[in-house]
Design a protein around this ligand. Structure first.
Ligand SMILES: [Zn+2]
Ligand SMILES: [Zn+2]
Length: 230
């Protein structure tokens, strides 16, 4: 659909933060910052729930009173495929459905990512194990100071590729792991809580280095994390 004027920056920021990086259609939840695009370009589209014009999809749902189509409450962040779907079939996707997607997006996302309190240690274990395994595999293959015998040269493409993987896969995985463990600390032993504190420090250091460009020394990944909830 044609956008009449630019959506205000504040509204856009709020929308992106609300979507947390994923298409807000619940059965899609496509990554809006695809890893293969380097993690800093996005495919997100701001879709109007109620359109500007009198002919656009869902225009008959327009509230009678003063209404700003570009307000936060009237926008939803979608991948291009879902944007097309909802605009081509407004009867299947009326206003109340879209509002519900938005309202429940973060809860669904957290649940899908395993960020919830489990009853058993082995469930929490299963939730974090796969994510940590993915990070370990990437680290073993690409980490500049590890294995594979290539020289670490900050100017080289290899360093750039590592930086990109760090921002698009490894750090998001760490954030997810932190959130899962946090939600399940009640299941952790005293020793695991200490390991978790070290792990938090490790992730903080990594973020400072790769997101903020601060060259501080990150503490090493605590090996005991491999046994978390095991
Ligand atoms: Zn549109
Ligand atoms: Zn989508």
């Amino acid at each position: 659909m044609a956008e009449r004027k630019a959506i205000p920056a504040g509204t856009r920021l709020r929308l992106f933060s609300d979507a947390a990086g994923f298409c807000q259609k619940p059965d899609c939840m496509e990554a809006l910052f695809p890893a293969e695009m380097g993690g800093d370009k996005h495919i997100a589209e701001m879709a109007h729930v109620i359109p500007h014009g009198d002919a656009g999809p869902r225009h008959e749902d327009r509230p009678a009173d003063d209404f700003d189509p570009d307000a936060f409450d009237n926008l939803i962040l979608l991948c291009p495929t879902c944007h097309t779907k909802i605009d081509k079939d407004p009867e299947a996707y009326p206003r109340n459905i879209l509002i519900d997607w938005k309202a429940n997006h973060l809860g669904r996302l957290a649940h899908r990512q395993g960020i919830r309190a489990y009853d058993e240690r082995e469930q929490a274990r299963a939730a974090v194990a796969g994510i940590m395994a993915e990070n370990r595999a990437i680290w073993e293959k690409f980490a500049p100071e590890e294995g594979s015998g290539f020289e670490y040269d900050p100017e080289s493409g290899t360093a750039a590729a590592w930086d990109q993987r760090m921002r698009s896969v490894i750090l998001p995985n760490h954030d997810r792991t932190l959130a899962i463990i946090e939600a399940n600390l009640a299941l952790a032993t005293e020793e695991e809580r200490r390991t978790f504190a070290e792990y938090q420090e490790h992730v903080r250091g990594l973020s400072e280095r790769h997101i903020c460009g601060v060259s501080g020394r990150a503490i090493r990944f605590p090996g005991a994390m491999e046994g978390m909830f095991a």
